[in-house]
Ligand binder design. Structure first.
Ligand code: HAM
Length: 427
């Protein structure tokens, strides 16, 4: 029995799952690069203010989910609960607003939220976050959504759904909330759940995407924000939809989609996929035209999205999609006698330096036990070298799949495998 376990809500990603991870992350990087996004790294923790101001003090993330601590110097720091605010902090700190705009960057790494753990919901999860900062054109929104599309399509996901909404801007949203939404919700307050009555007080927009069953009839009939957008937001939304339609990207308008972070303006979207149960969002994002300014930079538009890698892997497994295997040596040296072992170590060394993965049996176990180990670890070819082979300057190469055995000159072993793998590529 293990004395220690990974902390609640965290998990180890073992080698057996790494093929999924490397595949997803490799595709994510490749697709991001195609759209002109470059990698960026930001710290795992930031001044608490970056998230409190950036994500918004009224949000669940800031109110209930942040891992905040005081360091030994008395500073309040927070493990990042998302990437966007930290990336925008970096954008301002490094004066990226004087670079050619927009600045397009993506980050991959762990983020931390103190949530109630369940399938698909963890306290540490991994995001692929793409941010396009410094561009107001709806084509930028389209491209961000398109990266998400391309990723889920490249993975072979079935049944992906894109939900889209516009939640307006500081000009049109407050009057909608004050004059339309709040009076409506108040008129039906008796039908709302306790949690939603509380939300109505603190962050009324969040009532719209409530999961509380009893509040559903109320929100289903709520006046849609898209009917109250200002001309600029309305035009932006229409333009984005024009591109989505022109390029035949299926999506659904969901007037109740508001998302859980305060920085969004105009576009918000969420991607769901079957196979996840309740936590079915595999990605989400939107526009954040006020965020750079909120964090102390010049007024600058921005748009981005993030995908949760753990959830993507869960969907892959639920849908029976298998990743390409990771490279693993296909050659295993077994040996008999000390001089043969030394020769095996030297030959494996030569193979590896010529780009061919190779394993050598450790210790001095019997041939039979070495062969058993070779087939257990899953190599295809075993190179057998004993005293007789050594004397002849040869080895026996056995194909474990076909049982075929071939004598090969030691001096020609590298070339022999290079030819073989050129004809039959292996992982
Ligand atoms: P978010 O919707 O909070 O957005 O998170 C993005 C994705 O991360 C979710 O769609 C989900 O796949 C995954 N995720 C979130 N929380 C968890 C969790 N507790 N366990 C497992 N996976 C999770 C953001 O974080 C925004 N920063 C996205 C963005 C970028 N907006 C603009 N730019």
């Amino acid at each position: 029995m293990a004395r220690y376990q990974a902390p609640r809500g965290t998990q180890d990603i073992l080698p057996e799952d790494q093929a999924y991870w490397q595949w997803v992350l490799g595709l994510a990087r490749e697709i991001a690069a195609r759209y002109g996004f470059q990698p960026i790294e930001v710290p795992v923790f930031e001044d608490t203010e970056v998230f409190a101001r950036g994500v918004g003090t009224g949000t669940d993330i800031v109110e209930k989910e942040m891992y905040t601590f005081e360091d030994r110097g008395g500073r309040s720091l927070t493990l990042r609960p998302e990437f966007t605010a930290g990336i925008v902090r970096a954008y301002i700190e490094h004066g990226m607003y004087v670079w050619p705009q927009p600045v397009k960057v993506y980050a991959i790494g762990p983020v931390f939220r103190y949530e109630a753990p369940q399938a698909g919901r963890y306290r540490q999860h991994t995001q692929f976050s793409c941010e396009c900062i410094g561009e107001a054109d709806p084509v930028a929104d389209f491209e961000i959504m398109s990266i998400a599309w391309d990723l889920y399509a490249a993975l072979g996901f079935e049944g992906v759904q894109f939900q889209l909404n516009s939640i307006g801007c500081p000009r049109c949203r407050p009057p909608y909330i004050r004059d339309v939404l709040v009076p409506y919700l108040q008129s039906r307050i008796a039908e709302l759940s306790k949690l939603d009555v509380e939300r109505l007080r603190k962050n009324p927009l969040r009532v719209l995407d409530t999961k509380e069953p009893e509040s559903q009839p109320v929100v289903a009939e709520a006046p849609a924000i898209t009917e109250y957008l200002c001309t600029e937001c309305r035009d932006h939304f229409a333009q984005l939809r024009f591109y989505l339609d022109m390029l035949e990207r299926p999506y659904e308008i969901n007037p109740r989609l508001v998302r859980g972070l305060d920085y969004y303006t105009k576009t918000v979207f969420e991607v769901t996929a079957p196979g996840l149960g309740a936590q079915n969002a595999v990605g989400g994002g939107g526009r954040y035209d006020g965020l750079v300014e909120v964090l102390g930079g010049p007024p600058t538009p921005g748009v981005g999205f993030a995908a949760g890698i753990e959830r993507i892997v869960l969907v892959l497994k639920a849908q029976g999609i298998t990743p390409p295997p990771l490279p693993y040596p296909q050659v295993y040296f077994v040996h008999h006698g000390s001089p043969a072992k030394d020769a095996a170590v030297a030959m494996a060394d030569r193979l590896r330096h010529c780009g061919i993965g190779a394993l050598v049996a450790f210790g001095n176990r019997s041939l039979k036990s070495q062969l058993r180990h070779a087939s257990k670890v899953g190599v295809r070819y075993v190179v057998i070298i004993g005293e007789e082979e050594l004397a002849r300057g040869e080895v026996q190469v056995k194909d474990l799949q076909t049982g075929q055995q071939t004598a090969v000159l030691q001096a020609e072993l590298v070339k022999w495998f290079q030819n073989l793998f050129a004809q039959h590529p292996t992982p």
